[in-house]
Each structure stands twice: as structure tokens, then as C-alpha cells.
Design a protein around this ligand. Structure first.
Ligand SMILES: CC(C)(COP(=O)(O)OP(=O)(O)OC[C@H]1O[C@@H](n2cnc3c(N)ncnc32)[C@H](O)[C@@H]1OP(=O)(O)O)[C@@H](O)C(=O)NCCC(=O)NCCS
Length: 187
């Protein structure tokens, strides 16, 4: 990937339930709010995140990476200032620098109002800006809302790692890898 543009603008969205959020790039000052967001996530969802949002060192690292060249991070902020959603896309290292992977998570009490879909569209646009040739997103077999959202964007299940993930209750899950090839002719 070459030198890239960066979405800097913030947008305000009214969700299906009437609540309003601002979606904007993460800022270094978001460290504490991001940690509070992580602390309130359901146990299995914080497990899904590669980064432990309850760990101050991690939230500091994420917030400090606000301007990182090969990484885009966005938050959804409620009117009271709390962070209620997070999404990121990051260029992979080594022989997969043309690939970027996506994370997406919404606060439990903000789900089913369309926020996940809005954030998914935001981060998909950021992946294009990163000039990723291929985008992937990983999720458990039972994370069906995420599967619906990314299927709608055109992603397809490219691989399944069988019995690959263990949730907080000790239940073993298949891990799905959904992908989107930006140039569909090379998919
Ligand atoms: C996945 C997640 C981000 C969804 O957030 P959300 O704000 O609830 O997302 P939305 O409201 O936009 O979409 C969820 C709903 O829309 C459905 N959906 C969204 N877009 C859809 C589409 N285009 N077609 C069909 N169904 C769709 C989902 O099945 C679900 O249905 P419902 O709200 O009508 O009951 C959230 O559940 C979450 O954070 N889960 C834990 C982390 C995770 O699983 N991440 C997934 C990896 S991407």
C-alpha cells in the first residue's frame, strides 16, 4: 500500500431508536472513555477484541495510534460524551501488507439500532482509503449480527477455523473469516 488519505471528518447520525451519535476518528484524549467502554462490554465481547480495552496500557496504545499511517480507528460518541462504539481497520504485516483486518464492537445497550451497520460502512470506506486490496473480519460462528452486517456489504465466508475459539463459559466455537476482495475480478 502507498501513502494514503485519511478521513478526518466527524458525522452525526440519528439511530433507529432516535438516539444520536457522533462518529469520528479516535483522538489521543479518548483513552479513559475507551477504557470505560471496554469495562462495560459483555464478557465474551471483550474476549473477541484482540486488544483488552479494560487495560489502561492498551487503551493508551490505541489512542496514541490515532495518527498511525496504516491504521484507522473510529469511535461512536453519545451526546453525554461516552463512547458507545469502536471500529478499526489495520494493515497486516509481512507478506500480507495488501490485506487489512477490521474490528467492530458496539456497547450492549446501543445494539439493534443500526449503529453497527453505520460503523461497518465507515470502516469499509477507511479500508478503501488505506488502499487495501483485501479486507478481512473474523468472528465466532454465533456472532450472527456481525455476519449479517458484513454479508450485506458483500463479504463472504472465506475460511472456517474449526473449534478455534473458547468463550468465557468454556464453550468452543468455530472462527469464521469473512473477506472482501476490493477488485472482485481477482477474488
Ligand atoms: C455485531 C455488532 C457490532 C452489531 O451492532 P448493532 O449496533 O446491533 O448493529 P445493527 O443494529 O446495525 O445491526 C444488527 C441488526 O441488524 C441485522 N442486520 C444489520 N444489517 C443487516 C442487513 N443488511 N441485512 C440483514 N440483517 C442486517 C442484524 O442481524 C441485527 O438485526 P436486528 O437489529 O434487526 O435485530 C454488535 O452486536 C457487537 O458489538 N457484537 C459483539 C462484537 C461482534 O460480534 N463483532 C462482530 C464482528 S464484526
Amino acid at each position: 500500500m502507498t501513502q494514503t488519505e485519511r478521513i478526518e471528518a466527524s458525522t452525526t447520525k440519528t439511530l433507529r431508536d432516535g438516539r444520536t451519535v457522533t462518529i469520528r476518528p479516535i483522538a489521543e484524549s479518548d483513552r479513559a472513555a475507551l477504557q470505560a467502554f471496554g469495562t462495560n462490554l459483555p464478557a465474551n465481547d471483550s474476549l473477541y477484541l484482540e486488544d483488552d480495552f479494560q487495560n489502561p496500557e492498551i487503551t493508551t496504545r490505541l489512542a496514541n495510534a490515532a495518527s498511525a499511517e496504516h491504521w484507522r480507528q473510529f469511535v461512536a460518541q453519545a451526546e453525554d460524551g461516552t463512547i458507545v462504539g469502536y471500529t478499526s481497520v489495520r494493515q497486516l504485516p509481512g507478506w500480507s501488507t495488501h490485506v487489512a483486518d477490521i474490528y467492530l464492537v458496539v456497547a450492549d445497550d446501543w445494539r439493534h439500532a443500526g449503529l453497527g451497520s453505520v460503523l461497518a460502512e465507515t470502516i469499509f470506506a477507511a479500508a478503501r482509503e488505506l488502499q487495501a486490496a483485501k479486507v478481512i473480519v473474523q468472528m465466532l460462528d454465533d456472532q450472527v449480527d456481525g455476519q449479517d452486517i458484513f454479508h450485506h456489504l458483500g463479504f463472504q465466508v472465506e475460511g472456517t477455523l474449526r473449534k478455534h475459539a473458547c468463550d468465557r463459559n468454556g464453550k468452543i466455537h468455530d472462527l469464521l473469516i469473512l473477506s472482501y476482495h476490493m477488485d472482485q475480478s481477482t477474488a
